[in-house]
Design a protein around this ligand. Structure first.
Ligand code: NAD
Length: 467
């Protein structure tokens, strides 16, 4: 630990944590306002440029999926922070008569935020907003795979904060490993389940608390009562935002067998209505983040085809700019890698079921998903799926929209994540719920101190019986 390149920075934040933690709500809101102004005004066009460079993101998608989630989170927190930080009185049992009790949310201290590349600004500054609201100092480690956006975020952070309060460290896996060796009070990690396990293991050395926002395969179930045209439009939108590189994108579809052909045709129509027939030239369609992920996705298609899957639409690729056409795949089986690994790209396998009972068997044979989508008008079927499965979130008759409701907790369960973010849940994640009691006058416990006489024995017996 003593030759850790980030030890000095960490110690400076440790020393400064009480000044930051004691900042009034007004001061915390001032910091959040300055971040809001920076991303929605001062640096907005540069953010558009870097996300175009890193992920070929259109201006509209950058505004809606990178900037807006952070600015709307700030607006939400500004409305509610006053209430969240107030001490909350709670009842005190009669057996503790003479005392009062309350809870106060105090900052955890020095926090580490490690973020992924798919929504680099949103998933770095989003948790930062919660950490600032809760009064912490923060070191940010964004992904090395979106270097232009990471470099710009560093400029923004340096412009707004002193290093002993918020600092951003650029770098690859080795950088993350150095940081993980430090005794942070909380680690907020967004990324893959595989790296989530590494983070949790490192955190255990210092008993740092963790929030793990992970991924996995999120299914979308469609039954024959759903409006197929609307369902296809919504699912294709959800799948292809950010070129499919979204943690809560529908990973695959499970549809009643007799609907397969109609649904596949409606998906084709939806794709072309959003991106035209010439998708490669569409300004609205993104690209795969890098060559490695491009090759990974191409391999998923090749592996499925080699095992008998059909490409119902798409399948074209272009190595020169990591382009993968939206691709619909049918006739898949569970031996194919595409049905085993998180896809995280614009490839949509469509599998079928004959009887609704197959849905639960299939979902429950896999780890708990981050999101589970159901498209149906049958309340009985929806209830049955919801009651007999577990997932981070569920949306009925739509997808993706749960991310932007700050009243809802966002996160997974076990393999798809531990802990929650957004709104109050994000604030809570970066806070310690400190329990307080105050003794006002002599309590009952003071009448039962040793030596234990027969009278005290009776008091104890009455306490057990009545309080
Ligand atoms: P990743 O796990 O490969 O990397 C995430 C971060 O961890 C990066 O900053 C990276 O530098 C760092 N990292 C990588 N290997 C490491 C190691 N061995 N030790 C320490 N740090 C390491 O994930 P990714 O490829 O950037 O993102 C894709 C994954 O993230 C998908 O699984 C996706 O579902 C998930 N994700 C989840 C959410 C969510 O909110 N639940 C959001 C976005 C992405």
């Amino acid at each position: 630990m003593f030759n850790n390149p980030f030890l000095k920075l960490f110690q400076e934040q440790q020393q400064h944590q009480y000044i930051v933690g004691n900042a009034t709500v007004k001061e915390r809101i001032r910091k959040l306002n300055s971040l809001k102004k920076a991303i929605q005004d001062t640096y907005r066009s540069q953010i558009h440029e870097t996300l175009k460079m890193d992920l070929n993101k259109s201006v509209t998608e950058t505004d809606l999926t990178e900037i807006y989630p952070v600015t709307s989170e700030i607006k939400f927190i500004k409305k509610h922070l006053w209430h969240w930080v107030k001490r909350k009185s709670v009842p005190t049992p009669l057996s503790l008569f003479g005392a009062s009790s309350y809870i106060k949310y105090e900052p955890k201290g020095v926090c580490l935020i490690i973020s992924p590349w798919n929504f680099p600004l949103n998933l770095t500054f989003g948790p930062l907003v919660s950490a600032i609201a809760a009064g912490n100092t923060v070191i940010l480690k964004p992904s090395e795979m979106t270097p232009n956006t990471s470099a710009l975020m560093k400029i923004i952070v340096q412009d707004l904060f002193d290093e002993n309060e918020v600092a951003l460290v650029e770098g690859e896996v080795e950088t993350a490993q150095h940081l993980l060796n430090l005794p942070f009070n909380h680690i907020f990690f967004t990324g893959s389940p595989a790296v989530g396990k590494i983070v949790m293991k490192a955190a255990s050395a210092h008993l740092s608390s963790v929030t793990l926002e992970l991924g996995g395969k999120s299914p979308a179930i469609i039954d024959d009562s759903a409006n197929l045209t609307t369902t296809a439009k919504r699912l294709i939108w959800g799948k292809l935002v950010n070129c499919g590189q979204t943690c809560i994108a529908p990973d695959y579809i499970m549809i009643k067998e007799n609907l397969l052909s109609d649904f596949t045709n409606l998906c084709k129509d939806a794709i072309e209505s959003y991106y035209s027939k010439n998708i490669e030239d569409s300004d609205s369609y993104g690209r795969i983040v890098n060559q490695n992920h491009y090759e990974r996705l191409k391999n998923l298609i090749d592996d499925a085809v080699s095992q008998g899957a059909n490409i119902a639409y798409g399948g074209n690729t272009n190595t020169s700019d990591n382009y993968i056409q939206p691709t619909l795949i049918t006739n898949c089986n569970m031996e194919m890698k595409i049905m085993q690994e998180e896809i995280f790209g614009p490839i949509l396998p469509i599998i079928t079921y004959k009887d609704a009972s197959e849905i639960l068997i299939h979902i429950n044979s896999n780890p708990k998903p981050l999101a589970l989508y159901v498209f149906s008008k049958r309340n009985f079927l929806i209830d049955n799926i919801v009651k007999n499965t577990r997932a981070g979130s569920t949306v009925i008759n739509n997808n993706l929209i749960q991310f932007n409701n700050h009243h809802l907790p966002f996160g997974g369960s076990n393999n798809s994540g531990i802990g929650k973010s957004h709104g109050f849940y994000g604030f809570k994640e970066f806070s310690n719920e400190r329990a307080f009691m105050k003794q006002h006058f002599k309590g009952i416990s003071e009448y039962v101190t040793p030596p234990y006489t027969s009278l005290k024995e009776k008091i104890a017996a009455l306490t057990v019986k009545w309080f």
